[in-house]
Ligand binder design. Structure first.
Ligand code: NAD
Ligand code: UDX
Length: 480
């Protein structure tokens, strides 16, 4: 029998919360318990104010909560009762010891595995949903088997998650594919079938791909590396465009109409952010180094290098355009999340742009529709990046309104592509700014011609705009 009646999830974050909510909604016959060690997070999942902002999620949580969807800090109880357990804990980049700055930190995954082994009194399917290095499932399996109680059997599956933040609900409802890796044994195949049974409540069978565990683990890292590589490729083109007369949007369009290449994920930007791309590419770089494949490691490392270059380059262009100094100048920053429609700031390009500008002594006035002040300050004063938190607090102010933020500033810097930034009244903003008034569009979302008509000096990614060039003659520093 491959049907299941009780499942649970360890980790109620950006992945565990939305994924299990959709499972509960699509499988009314299955009881789903989402657990976390953080009481705070679980309280929020049980309130009207969910811990993450994700369009469309609130409504589905409300419809299933306390029916067949439960949020709890009693991890052990949920594990004991569940036939299948998703591990959805965080796997951040290690910031200490061996592999520091590159390897994935698997301590939370290991703790989850040890806890399962400690309490389980009947057989379990353990599903690794967190993104992990290849062979992590084998480590989980070793830990479980070394601590196995009599009569308890474990099957470990790999089932990486491909949702993107801001579109998680739609991505979960209509996945391009669901990937399941398992052991190539009778028991392994049965476990795979059980997980297939869950997804087949709403995903067409032909979109559920099964394979061996290692292929599945590597496919997740590969998919994120390919996606990040596309962005670094178009961003590398944007640097060439700025130095020539080419326009990166036109280049992306021309390249993307080749059906072999495709038009998605070719938007030049201030650089990719988010909790996954950098972490997963670095994870693969580290894996390659451990496997003694230095050329492969260097190839993927360059995706990260170009992204760092892009963030730095954008900040440099701001400084250079503002007559080579931003010290004591007022700059409004629009957008702090790593992309639109999320309040998540992890690895957001805005953090780096703000850091480079405050390092130069700029006064920043930050507005974001979803990110809290607390989060903005904790990112900007993060000890891993910031040497002088008091100075940052002096230089940075947050605003609940974009017009207020722009008031009396020398320049406006767009860091996130929030839709609302395209519909602001830029004439009104222009009137309240110091002159010459600059706009730096790090997301290519504004109507640059219209802004120049208003009187703005416009600088953007991957395109030389006529008016802003005037000031480049004052520039002494070089672009590169
Ligand atoms: P997150 O930090 O939002 O959530 C992880 C949660 O796990 C936290 O709330 C933490 O308190 C909890 N946790 C840690 N150890 C625990 C334990 N032993 N018991 C119970 N709870 C524990 O992380 P996330 O963004 O949801 O990512 C989770 C995993 O999914 C990562 O491996 C990530 O790479 C992967 N992933 C993330 C995304 C994304 O868009 N965020 C997409 C695909 C895959
Ligand atoms: C990513 C993957 O898309 C997803 O499949 C995986 O499960 C988790 O990592 P996420 O980080 O949530 O998802 O968002 P994504 O839409 O991929 O954007 C990542 C970053 O790239 C953002 O900062 C975004 O602004 C940037 N980006 C994206 C670009 O700069 N240009 C593009 O064309 C696309």
């Amino acid at each position: 029998d491959m049907t299941l009646s009780r499942i649970c999830c360890i980790g109620a974050g950006y992945v565990g919360g939305p994924t299990c909510t959709i499972i509960a909604d699509k499988c009314p016959d299955v009881t789903v318990t989402v657990t976390d060690l953080s009481q705070d997070r679980i309280n929020q999942w049980n309130s009207d104010n969910l811990p993450i902002y994700e369009p469309g999620l609130d409504e589905i949580v409300r419809r299933r909560r306390n029916k067949n969807l439960f949020f709890s800090t009693d991890v052990k109880k949920a594990v004991i009762e569940a036939e299948l357990i998703f591990i959805c804990v965080n796997t951040p980049t290690k910031n200490y010891g061996l592999g520091k700055g590159r390897a994935a930190d698997l301590k939370y995954v290991e703790a989850a595995a040890r806890m399962i082994a400690e309490v389980a009194n009947q057989s379990k399917i353990v599903v690794e949903k967190s993104t992990v290095p290849v062979k992590a499932a084998e480590s989980i399996s070793n830990i479980l088997k070394a601590n196995q109680r009599l009569g308890v059997q474990y099957q470990v599956l790999s089932n990486p998650e491909f949702l993107a933040e801001g579109t998680a609900v739609n991505d979960l409802l209509n996945p391009d594919r669901v990937l399941i890796g398992g052991e190539q044994t009778k028991e392994g195949r049965e476990a795979v079938e059980s997980l297939c049974w869950i997804y087949s409540h709403w995903v067409p069978r032909e979109n559920i791909i099964t394979m061996n565990t290692w292929s599945s683990e590597l496919s997740k890292l590969a998919a994120n590396a390919f996606l990040a590589q596309r962005i670094s490729s178009i961003n590398a083109m944007s640097a060439i465009c700025e130095m020539t007369g080419a326009d990166v949007t036109e280049v992306a369009h021309a390249v993307g109409t080749d059906t072999r290449i495709g038009n998605k994920f070719l938007k030049a930007s201030v650089g990719f952010g988010g909790s996954c791309f950098q972490k997963d590419v670095l994870n693969m770089v580290y894996l390659c180094e451990c496997l003694n494949l230095p050329e492969v490691a260097a190839y993927w490392q360059q995706v990260i290098n170009i992204n760092e270059y892009q963030k730095r380059r954008f900040a440099n262009r701001i400084i250079e355009s503002l007559f080579n100094t931003v010290t004591n100048k007022k700059l409004a920053v629009f957008g702090f999340s790593f992309k639109k429609d999320t309040g998540d700031t992890r690895e957001s390009a805005a953090i780096y742009v703000c850091k480079y500008l405050t390092d130069e002594g700029a006064n920043l006035r930050i507005y974001d529709p979803k990110v809290t002040d607390k989060k903005i300050f904790s990112e900007l004063t993060n000890p891993l990046m910031c040497e002088d938190p008091e100075r940052v607090k002096e230089l940075v102010t947050t605003y609940p309104d974009p017009y207020e933020a722009a008031n009396g500033t020398h320049a406006l810097v767009i860091c996130t592509e929030w839709d609302q930034f395209t519909t602001l009244d830029y004439s009104k903003i222009y009137q309240k700014m110091l002159k010459p008034a600059f706009i730096f569009d790090g997301r290519l979302i504004l109507d640059h011609e219209a802004l120049m008509k208003i009187g703005f000096q416009v600088v953007t990614i991957g395109k030389k705009l006529q008016r802003s060039n005037v000031h480049r003659s004052f520039s002494t520093s070089s672009q590169s």
